[in-house]
Design a protein around this ligand. Structure first.
Ligand code: ATP
Length: 919
């Protein structure tokens, strides 16, 4: 922005003329041209870490250094080919890690592009919703509570505008902004300028853009700071630790093997060394970390497909642990498609149909303005509903569906007024809005003030519980009289009647005062405007539950995840919907915001243990509910959409913001954004979170189980003092470790959620990824089977060749065939293991033997690699391999069948036992 435009003391008219714009905004043509000149309204951060540095990092980890050194030592001890092989392993692993990380980063980055920020801009004389990226200098746009300020802009109009500038100044106290210039202290304190990167906490405004993108003050700061690309979750930290620990254990085992080989077997030093090296390489879990990162990133992508955008990999893991979901009602559990069904007036009740009003069974068409045909009371209600309204409903020519610019609640009122034939534009000309007191979910009311000649009309709409208390009068047949207790009883009874049907009610009131002067208008605030009102009537709206909600609620119950409805709506409406969708029984305790305030922490804790919903709560009170649940040890996901929801969203383990109706502030505070605002998407994300975690465990189980058959042959050799020739050479160990294990392992990382994953309770918060059960299963079950089978295969060939009567020469063909056979047997056991690892306790055949193509690609690759190594003359020498006989292949092909069947039997027994327990 030019410094002149930034000058807050300049008259607005001068600024507008300099920006070649006016109060009505730009035309689309001019805006398009300016977009080409100024570019998109976006901030480019300084270049991130260079790809080369990231690439090289993969070759300098502890594990990589260990492998580099091992390679050098192998070469120095005369085994050049082994040295090269170890180095090759390291390079392949490094490239693979880089590739995985790159894919993971790209997957998460691309999600950010799915989160556009919209702005309401005035173009061609109309208000339009556009992507904030397309904003240009000179554009006139609207701001309201919860909006992120999209560009640096000068205020043209403002009502009670408060802006949180902490992103720029670090100051958390909101700044009051207004059209008039008042110099403040320090930078960014000009009262009539709002800055990109800040957020509107309260109020509304209209402003003209003076700078976009990198020309904004925020852009200038951002260009100085470097964005930290942070994809390290506690899970990856845990794995980092795990890799280090395992590497150390590998070194210790290597050392033990080395000493035993020298002193017990009297093996030459260099051979003992290479032998020990084999063990080390076998145990080091190469590829573990990047695969985990990729699995998490894939989880994020799968969640995105199911309408849940997760902002950090961390949350994928936390989602799987969720024990309680605190959910809004409106729009999350329900469709947010409001329709006014009933109007209640002190003089009678109207049912609203698609056509017009149905009164006493008769359809009254309203082709003419309602002012001419309706009763005075009805006219008044319609007039308040239309004018005390910030929402526009347009017919979208493309989708043929009405497009709402604003909130569904107000949109329902717009439609109602259209049905009544009310001409809002014309009325606004006669009685323009001179002031507004915007809706906020704490006081649950909204007021607009209109001036008609020498009269001011204060129009109020809001929740009956808050509004009725401010009414001293009631209008009946066009005449206002004092409100009686009997009137209030009748109003409350009507309200109750609608609420028990799950309808949302909204009440309307007004006050007319003589207009004196502008100071009088300026002085009208919540405290004195929303007082001594005349009650007019109620509307009752239906907002049906989302069709998918029943299933989602049921899933949560099965998964032992508690759902607590926390809504701003009334008790009876809340309860009616909760019972209707199966969230709670009819005996549920409904606690209102007022009751909650009076409750002690201890009482709240007791209440939270039982069936409970919260109604008529202010967003701030959500914070207390969330934090109390957390002190009870719960892992809480909480939804929210407004500015005041931000603290609760931040406090929750998983803050969930609404993508459609949510404010920018809520989206910023959340960990996850629902692109369809749908509760069912939270449940889908929890399911994916659980699946990712369980896939990682499957992956670990698979990676670890091959360590046993790799180590057992060497142990046999050692403890027989060399009597049993080494069944598996170090090159063959490397083949298993990196050649054949990798692809199926990757396949396990992208396994679908197991059918039973939402039928178990949430896992404990302190549960470790690598637990005793996995270690036990990896080593004592899958590993033991593979060790036994591969040893058997080794002896099968040896005995065929005449062992032990005819001692085998280490270099003989018979020996090569035996070692080849050991390797092949391990590979075939791994095929079975890959299939077995696919489910924890569900039958493999239930999820479909061929339902994960990546596993089968891996299996085919394993067999091809084995064939290539044993049939290619050059490689035969390097890997000590030899072609196998037909009988050998037959033996090999049979191996996986009993292993899979035995495991199927175990899983079946487990399921039977579990069923017996639950019955
Ligand atoms: P949830 O908290 O489940 O999303 P909600 O939409 O009812 O439910 P709020 O948005 O806090 O919660 O609204 C609280 C109450 O305020 C509503 O029940 C309604 O009576 C009233 N209300 C909502 N929107 C408006 C509005 N635009 N103007 C005046 N009153 C409103």
């Amino acid at each position: 922005m030019s410094d002149e435009n930034r000058d807050a003391t300049r008259p607005l008219a001068e600024l507008l003329s300099d920006l070649k714009t006016n109060e009505a905004g730009l035309s689309e043509d001019v805006a398009a041209k300016r977009l080409q000149t100024y570019g998109q309204n976006t901030i480019h951060r300084q270049k991130q870490q260079s790809q080369l540095v990231i690439f090289l990092k993969n070759f300098t980890s502890l594990m990589a250094i260990l492998l580099w050194v091992s390679g050098i030592i192998a070469m120095l001890s005369g085994s050049v080919e082994l040295g090269i092989a170890i180095w090759a392993v390291n390079i392949i692993n490094g490239v693979f890690s880089y590739w995985q990380e790159h894919r993971a980063a790209k997957a998460t980055d691309s999600l950010m592009a799915m989160l556009p920020t919209y702005t309401r801009v005035h173009r061609d004389g109309k208000v339009k919703q556009i992507d904030a990226l397309d904003l240009v200098p000179g554009d006139v746009f609207d701001l309201q509570a919860g909006n992120a300020v999209p560009a640096d802009a000068r205020l043209m109009a403002a009502t009670s505008l408060q802006v949180d500038q902490s992103a720029l100044t670090g100051e958390t106290v909101p700044e009051l902004k207004s059209v008039e210039f008042t110099p403040g202290e320090g930078k960014y304190s000009e009262s009539n300028i709002v800055y990109a990167g800040t957020a509107v906490g309260a109020g509304t405004a209209e402003a003209v853009v003076i700078a976009t993108g990198m020309n904004t003050e925020f852009g200038k700061i951002a260009s100085l700071t470097e964005k930290q690309s942070n994809i390290t979750s506690p899970l990856t930290l845990e794995l980092n630790r795990l890799t280090k620990q395992v590497s150390i254990i590998a070194m210790i085992i290597g050392a033990l093997f080395f000493i035993t080989a020298i002193f017990f077997v009297h093996y030459p030093i260099n051979k003992s060394f290479i032998f020990a090296l084999g063990m080390i390489v076998a145990f080091i879990p190469e590829g573990l970390l990047p695969t985990v990162t990729l699995s998490l990133a894939q989880g994020v992508q799968k969640m995105a497909k199911r309408h849940a955008l997760v902002k950090d990999l961390n949350s994928v893991e936390t989602l799987g642990e969720t024990t309680v979901i605190c959910s809004d009602k409106t729009g999350t559990l329900t469709q947010n498609q409001m329709t006014v069904n009933h109007i209640w007036l002190p003089t009678g009740e109207f049912t609203v149909s698609g056509q017009g009003y149905v009164n006493n069974g008769q359809v009254q068409q309203h082709n003419q303005p309602v002012a001419k045909t309706g009763t005075p009371d009805l006219n008044r209600l319609i007039s308040i509903a239309a004018l005390n309204n910030d929402t526009q409903v347009e017919n979208d020519t493309k989708s043929k569906k009405p497009k709402i610019l604003g909130t569904p609640t107000e949109a329902a009122l717009v439609i109602l007024c259209q049905k009544a034939g009310f001409n809002t534009k014309q009325h606004l000309k006669i009685m323009p809005r001179v002031k507004e007191l915007p809706f906020d979910s704490r006081r649950k009311m909204m007021t607009t003030i209109h001036q008609e000649n020498q009269q001011l009309d204060i129009y109020v709409k809001g929740a009956l519980s808050d509004l009725l208390g401010q009414c001293t009068m009631i209008q009946e047949n066009g005449i206002a009289r004092e409100i009686t207790d009997a009137d209030k009883q009748a109003i409350n009874a009507a309200n109750k009647k609608y609420a028990v049907q799950g309808l949302r009610s909204l009440s309307f009131a007004y006050r007319a005062v003589p207009f004196k002067n502008q100071d009088q208008v300026d002085g009208l605030e919540i405290a004195n405007a929303e007082k001594q009102l005349t009650f007019v009537g109620l509307t009752a709206m239906s907002d049906p539950p989302r069709p998918e909600i029943y299933d989602a609620v049921n899933k949560c119950h099965e998964a032992q995840i508690k759902i607590i409805m926390v809504t701003g709506d009334s008790q009876l409406t809340a309860k009616s919907i909760a019972v209707q969708i199966g969230l709670t029984s009819n005996q549920v305790r409904v606690v209102t915001g007022t009751e909650l305030d009076k409750m002690s922490d201890a009482d709240l804790k007791v209440a939270l243990k039982g069936e409970i919903i919260f109604a008529r709560v202010a967003p701030e009170q959500k914070y207390r509910i969330v934090s109390t649940l957390q002190t009870m040890g719960e892992v809480v996901a909480s939804t929210g959409d407004g500015v005041n929801d931000a603290p609760a969203l931040k406090k929750a383990n998983i803050g969930v913001a609404m993508g459609i109706t949510g404010t920018d502030v809520a989206k910023d505070a959340a960990n996850m954004i629902l692109t369809d605002d749908n509760f069912a998407s939270i449940v889908a994300a929890v399911e994916e979170g659980r699946a990712v975690y369980s896939n990682l465990q499957k992956f670990l189980l698979y990676i670890l189980n091959s360590n046993m058959p790799e180590a057992v042959p060497s142990a046999l050799f050692l403890f027989s003092r060399g009597l049993i020739p080494l069944p598996l050479t170090i090159m063959q160990i490397l083949t298993v470790d990196l050649g054949t294990d990798m692809l199926p392992a990757l396949g396990l990382g992208s396994e679908m959620a197991e059918p039973g994953v939402m039928k178990q309770p949430p896992r404990a918060r302190n549960a470790h990824l690598l637990n005793k059960r996995i270690l036990w299963k990896a080593f004592a079950w899958y590993g033991a089977i593979a060790s036994a089978v591969s040893t058997l295969a080794y002896f099968f060939v040896n005995i065929q060749a005449g062992w032990p009567n005819q001692a085998l020469l280490s270099s003989g063909i018979g020996y090569s065939r035996a070692t080849t056979m050991t390797l092949a047997a391990i590979i075939f056991c791994q095929i079975a293991a890959a299939l077995n690892c696919r489910t924890k306790d569900e039958s493999l055949f239930k999820i479909g033997l061929f339902s994960n193509p990546m596993i089968w690609t891996g299996i085919i690759f394993e067999i091809i690699l084995l064939t290539v190594l044993s049939y290619t003359p050059v490689l035969q020498g390097v890997f000590h391999m030899t072609p196998l006989l037909g009988t050998d292949w037959l033996f090999l092909c049979i191996i996986p069948i009993p292993i899979v069947l035995i495991e199927e039997l175990r899983k079946w027994l487990l399921r039977v036992r579990r069923r017996a327990v639950t019955n």
